[in-house]
Design a protein around this ligand. Structure first.
Ligand code: ATP
Ligand code: MG
Length: 181
């Protein structure tokens, strides 16, 4: 899963890129939008979000009906209709059972999530994820906020495998400038 401390740090952009790159490495990838509050994966890939995860959980259909085949190796399940009770949906056994089933079909499943400081959903998602990546935006998340988010992830035994430092300003006047030579 990919999460971040604050809103708008670049989770959806990061996870969409990661999922695409992993698919290019000949892995079978499924990207699921588990941000049931402000879903945006469908926008990244220009997909309809008329039917998605929440409809799949409700209707108990064959999951294949809900897959968007982006290109060979990359499938997407959008969020579906925003539910009245996102926390309950994320905490349900139905979602865990579904993910267990889906993991038989894919090498990696990526979950986009809401921000950690706003809701408990990402902490719940961490309990059924093998690994957590944090997107941390330059000049947005303060050190203390990041520290607290990491602590709360550790409390649920999340396996934090790394962070992506995002939105780094690229200018020749600062230390992040890459010089090509
Ligand atoms: N590396 C980057 N450099 C500059 N802008 C970026 C970068 N990554 C993302 N953005 C921009 O930041 C904004 C937020 O990105 P995105 O929607 O991916 O974040 P998010 O963390 O998923 O947001 P939300 O909390 O609303 O789900 C978008 O306008 C996106 O284009
Ligand atoms: Mg997002």
């Amino acid at each position: 899963m990919v999460s971040s401390c604050l809103a708008s740090e670049g989770k959806t952009t990061t996870i969409s890129n990661l999922a695409s790159v992993m698919a290019e490495l000949n892995k079978k990838i499924l990207l699921i939008d588990l941000d049931l509050r402000k879903p945006a994966v469908h926008k990244q890939f220009n997909l309809s979000n008329r039917m998605g995860l929440t409809d799949l959980l409700l209707n108990k259909d064959d999951f294949k009906v809900y897959l968007h085949h982006i290109y060979p190796g990359l499938d997407v399940i959008t969020s579906g209709k925003i539910p009245a009770n996102p926390t309950e949906v994320i905490n349900s056994n139905a979602i865990k059972d579904l993910i267990k089933k889906l993991s038989d079909y894919y090498d990696y499943i990526f979950f986009d999530t809401p921000p950690l400081v706003l809701v408990s959903d990402p902490l719940t998602i961490a309990t059924f994820s093998d690994a957590v990546i944090l997107t941390i935006a330059h000049s947005e998340a303060e050190r203390e906020v990041v520290r607290k988010s990491i602590d709360s992830l550790k409390q649920v035994n999340a396996n934090i495998i790394g962070a992506i430092f995002n939105k780094i300003p690229v200018s020749k006047h600062n230390k992040y400038y890459y010089s090509y030579y």
